[in-house]
Design a protein around this ligand. Structure first.
Ligand code: GLN
Length: 496
């Protein structure tokens, strides 16, 4: 029995939910098993900024009481879930992995997390990430390094690296992440889990600390595609607190998982292969595409000619929005403030702003604030920001054009597998280039998913990216699920 219990943490969300339903286990058993796992592996991995054990045990007991009273709220009632430290959680510290929010305890809850608690989920803790979600390795966190569970000398990817590592190391059943240019998909690929970036506007951004508001998306990071579908059912939907959410009914995404993909047209955009790709990663993704072919899909080569400008477009629009969004951290309203220091009180308002921001923001945030203000400044606005918006439209049209010919696109997620700490952090440009395959999706606003596809000869995970047209999540999840089944590697776990 003890042995059985000690493995509860390995369950998928779906399996755990079934065992809760049948009465085989309680949410308290499951939550305790997860915390035992955390005690053993978290010292090695470092996935969390804050653990909420007391709250979790309380929520688990409440879930068990509901179940006894036959008042269970949903399929995820009693399921332990981790949340990226970018989602505001009422009365639970929320840092965005930045010192400027070191002592920030929100007085409100994000819509996405509120939906989880309304469905009965249990909060395990807040996961580490790149500072304000800026990065691809979780190295820009002001708090700690998160290690890749597959090789502790390597990064877990980013910016949702803590969430990916926590799911991969079985420290939660599932996690929430955010994706502005790849932050759900790239760490999912590097840690061998499933990461779904939904259509822009499908999931509310209310209460999630903003990075670049026209690109930010919220999504699930899970052990399986089915688990991602279950969570999307809960997260999706219009929200009056986020005017960009789409007023479109939410289907049952779980029901879309069993479709046949025979005859489906899968496009391979030639611009995503070739230069800069690690040959092993390239091979694994191409083998993945052959597997889709074996399932009866028609593989068609397509071209997205303007996609080569997408990274440049992103690195103009994103910093412009970052500069505006981060203006609110001024040392007055909340977060780190020089005014709070008795000894070194600022002598003027300007000094208060400058010193609070200088002390509170890390280098990457400062770099992007400066870039953003530069591209928005008069004299440069037309040359950079306006031009980037125009090219963004072309990128979007390229995707629309491709989706007139094919149902789904298949590409690599990242040009390489997980890299070593420090390998790219010295060169921002090299780090930015690692997002070349994930970034174009966000300006286009379409949904995309990373599904585990294989391992390199060093035993490092590699994911495959599938992309669908706007609101094409049902088709996307179906293809991803069929691929996951045929790839058959979901059960392979890192040794920790
Ligand atoms: N790595 C990309 C960046 O640094 C994307 C980050 C994200 O999606 N939040 O901007």
């Amino acid at each position: 029995m003890a042995d059985q219990n000690s493995k509860l943490y390995q369950l998928t969300l779906k399996k755990a939910s079934e065992k809760l339903k049948s009465g085989e286990i309680s949410s308290l058993d499951l939550t305790k098993a997860v915390f035992e796992r955390i005690e053993t592996v978290e010292p090695k991995v470092g996935a969390f900024i804050t653990l909420t054990k007391e709250l979790a045990l309380k929520q688990a007991k409440e879930s068990d009481k509901r179940r006894v009273a036959e008042k269970t709220l949903s399929e995820i009632d009693g399921i332990p879930i981790a949340v990226k430290d970018l989602f505001c959680t009422k009365d639970v510290r929320t840092t965005a992995a930045s010192k400027i929010l070191d002592d920030f305890i929100p007085t409100f809850e994000s819509t996405a997390t509120q939906k989880l608690w309304d469905a009965g989920a249990v909060l395990i803790g807040k996961t580490n990430c790149d500072q304000f979600a800026m990065g691809s390795s979780t190295e820009t966190s002001a708090y700690k390094e998160t290690k890749n569970p597959w090789d502790l000398k390597r990064v877990p990817g980013g910016s949702s690296g803590g969430s990916a590592a926590a799911v991969s190391a079985d420290m939660c059943m599932a996690a929430l992440g955010t994706d502005t240019g790849g932050s759900i998909r790239q760490p999912a690929s590097l840690c061998s889990i499933v990461g779904l970036k939904p259509t822009y506007g499908r999931v509310s951004r209310y209460g999630v600390i903003a990075m670049a508001s026209s690109l930010d998306c919220i999504g699930p990071m899970t052990k399986t595609v089915e688990d991602a579908a279950i969570l999307l059912n809960i997260l999706a939907g219009e929200d009056e607190s986020d005017g960009t959410t789409l007023p479109i009914a939410v289907p049952d995404y779980q029901k879309s998982l069993d479709g046949n993909i025979k005859g489906l047209k899968i496009g391979i955009p030639k611009e995503f292969f070739g230069e800069g790709m690690d040959p092993e990663v390239d091979k694994i993704v191409r083998e993945g595409i052959s597997k889709l072919k074996n399932l009866g899909a028609n593989i068609v080569e397509v071209s997205l000619p303007t996609v080569k400008y997408a990274l440049a477009v992103y690195y103009v629009i994103m910093p412009a929005e970052v500069a505006s969004n981060l203006a609110r951290y001024d040392g007055v309203r909340y977060g780190h403030s020089k005014a709070k220091s008795e000894k070194r009180k600022a002598k003027s308002l300007e000094e208060l702003y400058i010193d609070s921001r200088t002390e509170g923001f890390g280098d990457e945030a400062k770099r992007r604030i400066m870039l953003g203000n530069y591209v928005l400044s008069s004299g440069y606005y037309d040359a950079y920001y306006k031009k980037a918006q125009q090219v963004r439209t072309l990128v979007k049209r390229d995707f629309e054009e491709a989706f007139r010919k094919v149902d789904i696109l298949a590409t690599p997620v990242s040009p390489t597998a997980a890299f070593k700490f420090g390998e790219k952090s010295g060169s921002p440009l090299e780090m930015y280039l690692s997002d070349i395959h994930t970034v174009p999706i966000n300006p286009a606003g379409v949904p995309a998913i990373s599904v585990p596809a294989g391992f390199t000869s060093n035993n490092l995970p590699v994911g495959m990216q599938l992309i669908a047209p706007q609101m094409g999540e049902e088709k996307l999840l179906n293809v991803a699920n069929q691929f996951e089944k045929i790839a058959g590697i979901t059960n392979i776990k890192p040794e920790l």
